[in-house]
Design a protein around this ligand. Structure first.
Ligand code: ADP
Ligand code: MG
Length: 461
């Protein structure tokens, strides 16, 4: 009897495959087990046991009726197909947290509550300070902000994904929280998940270890708006990339909104599979540029205002002028000044700023990184940052690469092997060769000499 039912279940799955596709079958149906069949006077009741309540409720909602219909076509004695959760004892490989007794599916409402619980523990809570209202708009970020607002304010999908990128501390995370917050306010029924790529990987790896990958997938795919921050983190992490790619495709194909952020453009994300890169370019790519002096002033004014602190104009100008690295540092400096004035019980004054911020001002003549140099050089020669690490030997790329290596040697304290590693894993002798070549060319070639001098100057500014 049980054998027959099992064979029928395989048939049902095959038929479903045509309808909902291989991946959904694999992901929703195959993890189900069949409970001992109840026979009531020739009427059979089949109960399918899911690994957890989330899968149970999702399958019930999505496919319950259809499964029943198909099964009755195959075997009219089956009068009911119901869903439960596997008993802890029944499946030794089942993991701790889902060890509940088999229980009948709850009402539809409870499925949603379940999913939300799961989701919240999964993502990162949205920071209420990071709203659109608190985000100061200026030339460098206006395009990104308007794209973010479009996504947040219209439930209709205009572009998918929205891809935000910028250097650190320029507002990507702030904007993603703002989108999440705004969607939740306007359409509370849409499920929103904000998660860092790092956390995505963490949960995925954890799910693999605990045999709960289907559960992970189900959760990731149950959202209406998925925001993944700092996706450069998954570059080079093959399995996570694959998983991310599948989640991405699944959500996009079902018209769910995706918002991504990274510290560089999709094409500059090295070690990301080409097909993933090209998907990232499907939607809208918006970058946030470095702040301008005006924007920095605007941000300072807004932050002082939000805290109801009076900050004299000359102090704000001093800060906006001297701390130009990123907004996070700017905020840090402002906080420091406010605290200091508070501590000594004096109004904020320009005369104390230099002293109070000494270390920050020094560090904002910050330590140059290889990435800074690569960015500048790529910009100067109008090539892609990725070209600097690529295997391309064309002169148009090879020369700038040598210049970049030369500058890394000249302006940082990194060793030749360390530099080589950051240029697509090149050998230290290649770096040495580049350094010598550039020195030689600077003697012979005026243009080369002035290019390098100019790059050197702007980098050490
Ligand atoms: P990223 O994610 O790009 O590294 P964040 O979003 O974490 O940067 O921003 C760093 C800090 O700067 C946050 O506290 C954020 O609120 C603030 N910030 C950045 N840009 C703006 C802006 N235009 N207006 C107000 N605050 C900003
Ligand atoms: Mg961030």
């Amino acid at each position: 009897m049980q054998e027959t039912i099992r064979a029928e279940w395989r048939q049902v799955c095959d038929l479903m495959r045509r309808d909902i596709g291989e991946s959904d079958v694999r992901f929703w149906l195959e993890p189900l087990e069949i409970a001992p069949v109840e026979n009531q006077d020739g009427h059979l009741k089949v109960v399918l046991l899911a690994p957890n309540t989330f899968v149970r409720d999702s399958v019930d909602q999505k496919h319950g009726d259809q499964l029943g219909r198909i099964w009755r076509n195959i075997n009219p004695e089956v009068v009911r197909v119901a869903f439960g959760v596997r008993d802890a004892g029944a499946s030794p490989d089942e993991l701790g947290k889902n060890k509940k007794k088999a229980q009948p599916a709850g009402k539809k409402g409870s499925a949603l509550a379940d999913q939300n619980d799961g989701l919240e523990s999964f993502g990162i809570p949205v920071d209420p300070r990071y709203t659109f209202a608190n985000f100061v708009v200026g030339k460098p970020n206006e395009f990104a902000v308007s794209a973010a607002r479009r996504v947040a304010e219209s439930p209709e999908i205009k572009f998918n994904p929205l891809f935000l990128y910028s250097g650190v501390g320029l507002g990507k995370t702030h904007l993603m929280h703002a989108i999440a917050d705004s969607v939740r306010q306007q359409t509370p029924e849409r499920r929103v998940l904000y998660i860092s790529a790092e956390k995505f990987m963490y949960h995925y790896v954890h799910a693999l270890r605990s045999n709960s990958a289907p559960d992970f997938r189900a959760k990731m795919r149950s959202v209406d708006v998925l925001l993944v921050d700092d996706i450069q983190f998954i570059c080079g992490k093959e399995a996570t990339q694959e998983e991310f790619f599948n989640t991405f495709n699944d959500l996009v194909s079902r018209n769910r909104q995706i918002v991504l952020s990274a510290d560089r453009s999709p094409s500059d994300l090295d070690q990301l599979q080409e097909r993933v890169k090209s998907r990232l370019n499907w939607g809208l790519v918006a970058d946030i540029h470095k702040t301008t002096y005006e924007l920095r002033l605007g941000i300072l004014a807004a932050k002082a205002d939000a805290r109801s602190v009076f900050v004299p104009q000359d102090v704000m100008e001093f800060l906006a002028h001297r701390i130009d690295s990123n907004v996070r540092e700017l905020e840090g400096a402002l906080n420091r000044i406010i605290h200091y004035a508070d501590l000594i019980g004096q109004p904020i004054a320009l005369s104390t700023c230099e002293e109070v911020l000494r270390d920050l001002l020094r560090s904002s003549q910050r330590i140059l990184t290889i990435e800074d140099i690569q960015r500048k050089v790529a910009e100067h020669y109008s090539i892609r940052i990725a070209d600097l690490s690529s295997d391309r030997r064309a002169r148009a790329v090879a020369r700038p690469r040598q210049v970049a290596m030369f500058l890394c040697k000249a302006l940082t304290s990194l060793s030749l092997p360390e530099i080589g590693r950051k240029f697509g894993g090149r050998d230290h002798t290649t770096v040495l060769h580049a350094v010598r070549k550039v020195e030689e060319l600077m003697e012979l070639d005026q243009v080369m000499a002035s290019d390098v001098a100019m790059l050197r100057r702007t980098l050490s500014d």
